[in-house]
Write a protein that binds this ligand. Structure first.
Ligand code: COA
Length: 257
């Protein structure tokens, strides 16, 4: 992975009517999210939260791919602090008061799946591959997934997704309640846009208050768990297990633990 790859990574932020659309784009890395991209999304979310004329956020990935998750090349030395850009992004998402619509296509790996736990309406293409490969990498889940998943999909299914770390499809994501609809690829953008267009016309305070009420049963000590996860995630990055997982990924071979 070369610097040239990092240079093309960006998040395109566009104002569309009363919505802010964020498009993750790192074409050589399947839209893996590096520090610069996280920080740009934090800035956009902060702006959207503070600006009363923005009523919803729409998040997607460029080129028919949502994201391959954390840029594993980028995060190795910076995980164990609140300043880690991904930690700041997670905090901005967890506390974001307005609705977030996700348009998910192709890949939703790692934080590509866990960020959806903080989105409100999620439309996925039928061919999307979801995966939580944290344990596979010698890590623990982040973004509050260890807190939210058992509550949302039950303990057994959460254990399956986290401990076995296999991928699952959009139809299963709908059955689990993680996604609203699994749609043909050419209908996903339209579905996301239609939801955004309804949201921006709804009474804004009622939307914000209702989102807060809907989230309340899930929040509890979520932020403490998010912090615990990051501490363990940071320790994981320094572990032999992670080193072996990463080396195997680079060498395109099966890791041995
Ligand atoms: N971080 C950094 N680079 C990544 C990446 C990530 N999360 N995911 C993919 N890439 C890079 C690959 O290294 C490859 O780079 P190269 O062209 O320089 O070799 C390029 O993106 C294309 O990936 P490739 O593996 O060839 O594509 P694929 O379609 O066969 O597989 C994935 C795509 C996403 C399934 C696979 O790349 C993968 O498993 N990536 C790791 C995902 C991950 O573990 N994310 C969570 C991190 S916590």
């Amino acid at each position: 992975m070369t610097a040239e790859h990092t240079d093309t990574a960006d998040v395109v932020v566009e104002r569309l009517d009363a919505a802010l659309r964020l498009t993750m784009s790192a074409p050589q890395k399947k839209n893996a999210i590096g520090s610069g991209m996280y920080l740009k999304m934090v800035e956009a979310l902060d702006e959207a939260a503070a600006d009363a004329s923005i009523r919803a956020v729409w998040i997607r990935g460029a080129g028919g791919v949502f994201t391959s998750g954390n840029d594993i090349d980028d995060f190795r030395n910076q995980v164990d602090s609140d300043d880690w850009p991904a930690a700041r992004f997670i905090d901005a998402l967890v506390t974001f008061p307005k609705p977030i619509v996700a348009q998910v296509e192709g890949l939703a790996i790692g934080i590509g799946t866990t960020m959806l736990l903080h989105c409100d309406l999620i439309y996925a293409s039928k061919d999307t591959r979801f995966q939580l490969p944290f344990v596979n990498l010698g890590l623990v889940p982040e973004a509050g997934a260890s807190y939210l998943l058992p509550r949302l999909i039950g303990q057994a299914k959460a254990a399956e997704l986290i401990l076995l770390g296999g991928s699952f499809g959009a139809e299963e994501a709908v059955t689990l309640g993680l996604v609203n609809n699994a749609l043909p690829a050419d209908e996903v953008a339209r579905a996301a846009e239609a939801a955004v267009m309804v949201l921006v016309k709804q009474p804004p305070n009622a939307v914000i208050n209702s989102k807060a009420l809907l989230r309340a049963p899930l929040t509890g000590n979520l932020r403490d768990r998010v912090r615990d996860e990051i501490v363990q995630f940071g320790a994981g990055i320094k572990s032999e297990e992670f080193t072996e997982a990463l080396t195997a990924f680079m060498e395109r071979r099966e890791p041995t633990f």
